[in-house]
Design a protein. Structure first.
Length: 294
């Protein structure tokens, strides 16, 4: 089975950091996470290929302008015999606040020229969309000027880190589980975030390189930590993921605030289990800490 993941954008250095190019930005981060390179270029289609288990997947950056994206998508999907329902498209959406994204299968273009072109060329809208929030332009700024403006330094840092991590997780879920599971999981998370109001939230991403012979024990021990930690006050979510290339295992945790983190780090289960995990990894944990306001 072959699946196609498309990031939409405009090719060229002058568009590189534009809000309209968020599809390109994120598919580059996904390729980095999957440890593959965009080393194939045919008929204005820059793409990367890899395979996990029985699923081959192709990451695509159309090298046409946005309003002609369908030309590249139809070419690659036919060349590799990809079914329309196995196409995933990542693109910008002004109707979603920055910092969030929504997953949807089927539907209209919503006025997005890239999606409009893809629907026209495929003659179908039955593909999965991951709509990345860029927010609405401020009062007095034209829509075209806004989507072709650059992300701020702070926005770009968030995009390259926590947003990219969550979108990568969502793509993994669509690829290896189903669009419906991804939609239920991540769209629900967005709604939960909204209901929390303005509260400080901390996300921890910890990557661990684990030898193959230690993986089963690491996962078993980690699951014990996760089960106990999820019961703590202030824990929003706590999960363990394996990278698609199998090179490392990653914890992704979300906590209400710094007080919750401190309490977690001083818990008996944390003090007892984390040293056991440390004995099973090669080198040190690669830990990134992000403070957000939702």
């Amino acid at each position: 089975m072959t699946k196609l993941i498309v990031g939409l954008g405009n090719p060229g250095e002058e568009y590189k950091n534009h809000r309209h190019n968020v599809g390109f930005i994120l598919i580059d981060k996904i390729a980095e996470n999957f440890n593959i390179n965009f080393d194939n270029n045919k008929k204005k289609s820059l793409y990367a290929r890899s395979k996990t288990k029985n699923i081959e997947y192709i990451l695509l950056k159309p090298q046409t302008f946005m309003n002609l994206s369908g030309e590249s998508v139809i070419y690659i999907s036919k060349f590799f015999n990809v079914n329309i329902e196995d196409i995933i498209v990542i693109y910008d959406d002004m109707d979603i606040p920055f910092g969030t994204f929504k997953i949807k299968k089927g539907g209209s273009s919503g006025g997005h020229n890239g999606i409009k072109s893809i629907i026209a060329h495929l003659q179908s809208d039955d593909f999965t969309r991951i709509r990345i929030g860029i927010g609405r332009p401020p009062a007095g700024k034209k829509v075209n000027d806004y989507v072709l403006s650059s992300f701020s330094k702070k926005e770009r840092e968030e995009l390259d880190n926590e947003i990219a991590n969550e979108v990568t997780e969502a793509v993994n879920t669509v690829l290896f589980e189903s669009p419906t599971i991804a939609q239920n999981k991540y769209n629900k998370k967005i709604n939960n975030n909204k209901s929390r109001g303005n509260k400080n939230m901390i996300k921890i991403v910890a990557k661990n390189t684990v030898k193959q012979e230690n993986k089963a024990k690491f996962i078993e021990t980690a699951n014990e930590l996760i089960a106990k930690s999820r019961k703590e006050n202030g824990c929003i979510s706590y999960n363990l993921y394996e990278s698609t290339d199998g090179k490392y295992l990653t914890f992704i945790e979300e906590w209400k605030d710094e007080k919750a983190i401190e309490s977690h780090n001083n818990s008996e289960h944390f003090k007892a289990i984390v040293p056991k995990l440390g004995e099973l990894i090669e080198g040190d944990m690669d830990v990134a800490l992000y403070k957000e306001v939702k």
